[in-house]
Each structure stands twice: as structure tokens, then as C-alpha cells.
Design a protein around this ligand. Sequence first.
Ligand code: TYD
Ligand code: MG
Length: 459
Amino acid sequence: MAKDTANFTCSDCGATSTKWSGRCDACGAWNTITEDKPIATSHGSKSLTGRRGQQIVLTDLSTLDPEPPRTEAGVGELDRVLGGGLVKASALLLGGDPGIGKSTLLLQAAARFARNGLKVIYISGEESTSQVQMRARRLGLESSPVRLASETNLRDILTTMEAERPDLAIIDSIQTMFVDTVDSAPGSVSQVRASAHELTSFAKKQGIATIMVGHVTKEGAIAGPRVVEHMVDTVLYFEGERGHQFRILRAVKNRFGPSDEIGVFEMTGRGLAEVKNPSAHFLSERGAPTPGSVVFAGIEGTRPMLCEIQALVAPSPTSQPRRSVVGWDGGRLAMILAVLESRCGIAFAGLDVYLNVAGGLRITEPGADLAVAAALISAREDAALPADCAIFGEISLSGGLRPVVQTENRLKEAQKLGFSTAILPPMPKRAAAPDMTLRQVQDVAGFVNDIFGPRERKG
Ligand code: TYD
Ligand code: MG
């Protein structure tokens, strides 16, 4: 028989090791490592095969369960991200930075769902009931039939849920919840994991939909929502740049809908307002054409989204030039800079590079490559691109351009917003955009030549 190897887990950071120690090697916390006890069966044996269990019923692949019932909030931006409304008895995690607006969003959603016939309870572990009531008054929601409590003891919360039988329970936040059978502080990995597990399994049995808030923190990211993501049906992230009015609700996992949808909201004094035409909003602050500014025709989920990409290039005072990115991937920027240098002879050595996606949007699709390259070259050459031009396309390491998904949708949206020219990779077949000039480019070198004029290759 194989010898059982002992396993030890740190209750703070979740790191595992094969031996006990007083201090966790991974996070440095003291006295947090405990041995993981194997699950004992009723006759004391560690093995599950010793005693017979119950036979489970197997089914085939073709038998469909009926679609679970959904309730719409009546807020298009929220319902789309949920995949068409809130699913009965589903578990949902809403992650995001502290202060980004999660509680505001959920209080507004709670009021909407309550108005549409759901029995909703809102449990805050962070704020007192009077604080939540004050927020409700500020948002004009004080008369909506949402039941409210301030509590962190999960045992009491579950008992209350059993008695009240709500359709939806909102738990704000999972990091403040406390299970009294787990011997560590609220917010630690073991508490967060145990709370989320107890809550979701209880709620599923009772047919209650649950929404849990999870804070993402820079330093303690591991103790945050990550450990809960696999337990829930849907994971949404609420993101945005502080100081900007836009907030994006992004589905990163959804068992009941598409997982790449976003909803766009605007922060106002009276809470979050949905933004039905985000492209127009994201481009609204654009002035006269300036060097370094490019309009990217992107896709977020099923929806085309135009936004402005800005680059600034300046001589670096230090020997290690800065590469600063907001709203895009730093690694991807390094790749584009390398391709521009080695395939087009446009070097950025000795130059600080700043890249920014305007409006606080975060772009994840590789289709932004060409727009980023255009912004960088435009900033480097101090030459503005025409104002009526939208750009998209993925760049490969060879400097070639790859086609991207939903070309036609991107072109239509650009056309709708008054853009008359698009620069894009070669299209397999002509897309329907009759009133636009389509400049299809094969590779980055050709693009540079076409837009900024021919140049000498160095080296
Ligand atoms: P809050 O919802 O408390 O953030 P979180 O729950 O993610 O920590 O919002 C943070 C602050 O922002 C709060 O003081 C209210 C304010 N706020 C507005 O004034 N208008 C808005 O539209 C939103 C979303 C927030
Ligand atoms: Mg909050």
C-alpha cells in the first residue's frame, strides 16, 4: 500500500508543503500551517473503497435539462453580461478593487430585481445598516422592497436565509464572512474558501441565487476572489480607472452565458447609469487630431467598441527608459516595440514610452496591435493620423498582419460613428462597408510606408 504523504496548508495564503514549520515560506505568516486531515469514513478507514456507497444514476449526452428560469434586471448592460438575466439558484462572484463601485452596483441591481418580483436580501459585512440605508437614499432606492442586515457570522446568515427563503441573497463581501468551525481570521484563504463553499452549497440546495462580493487587492490577490472562482457559476469583474467616470462589468466565467461580454456604466452622483452607446462615449473627449492618438475599432464580446489609444514618446533621462501602459498588456507592448525595431527599423531605444487607452477601458484582444503600433509611430514621428481613420489588426512576430474576428461588425460601427477610412489586415472576402475607404495592409513595414511615407532601413 502506498504510504500516505502528509500535507500541510497555510491558512493565510493557501500554500502547501510536505512538512510542518512555524513560519510559512510563501507568505511569511507565523503559526498558520496546519495538517490537512484526510476525510475519515464511518468505520475509521482512510480509504473510500472499503465501504460501498450508493450507486449514482448515469444519463446520456442527448437528454437536456430544461433551461433554468431567469429574471431580468431591466438594465440592458447588466442583463447582457449575465447572459440574459439572473439564473435561479446560481452562484455569482463580483470581484473588483475596493472603492470601484461594487456595493453601489449591487444595491442598484438588488432594487431592480426586487422590483421585478424577486425576494431579495442584502447582507453587508462591511457597512452598518444605516450606511447602506444612506446609500439607498442617495440612489433614490429607499422605497424598494430589499431586506437588509449587517452581519458577518455565516451560521446566523444561513439560518436567516433558511427562514426568510429569499430568491436572491447578496453577500457584501465574502472577505468579511466568518465560519465559526474554521480557526482563522476573516479574509484568510481558509475562511474565504469555507464561507464561499458553505454559502453556495446551502443556497443551491434551497434554490437561492447568491451574489458574493470579493475584493481584489494588489498585495493579497491570492486571498481574494481567485480561490472562490471555481466554486461559483459566474465570475464578473467590475473594473475601471479611478478618476474616470466609466466602469466596465466584465464576465470572465459564465456557466449560463457567454464569458467575454462587457457592460459599460457611467458613475454619476445618483449611482451607476448604463451607457448604451459606449463607442460614442469613449470617443467623445477626442479633440483635433494629435500625434500619438489613434482610434481603435475593437470588439468586446459580441459588441463592437471604438476607443482612442494614446501614445507619448519622449527622450529618457535615465539609461533604462520607461515603458508605462494603462489599459493594455505591458508584455504585448514590448513585443510591438521589438517588431517595429527589427522589421521596420523604427527604434525606441533611449526613449520613454507611455501608452494609454482613453476612458479607463482595458483592452485584451490582440486586434489592437496595429492601432498601438500606429499610435507609437505617430508619436515617435510627431505626425498625426487623419481624424476620420479607424484601425485594427493583429501583428505577428514576423511583422505580418493577421485578420481578426468580426471585421464587418467593426467596420459597421466605425462607419456609424462617421469614420470614412479603415486600415486593416487583408480580408478573406470583401466586407459590407460600402461608404468606407478600406486600406488593407499586408505587414507593418507596408503600413508604415503607406501612412508615414517610405523610410531608410537602418542596420
Ligand atoms: P462603493 O460602491 O462603496 O465601492 P466598493 O463597494 O467597490 O468598495 O463606491 C465607492 C464610492 O464611490 C462610494 O463613496 C460611492 C461613490 N460612487 C458614486 O458616487 N457614484 C457611483 O456611481 C458609484 C459607482 C460610486
Ligand atoms: Mg463595498
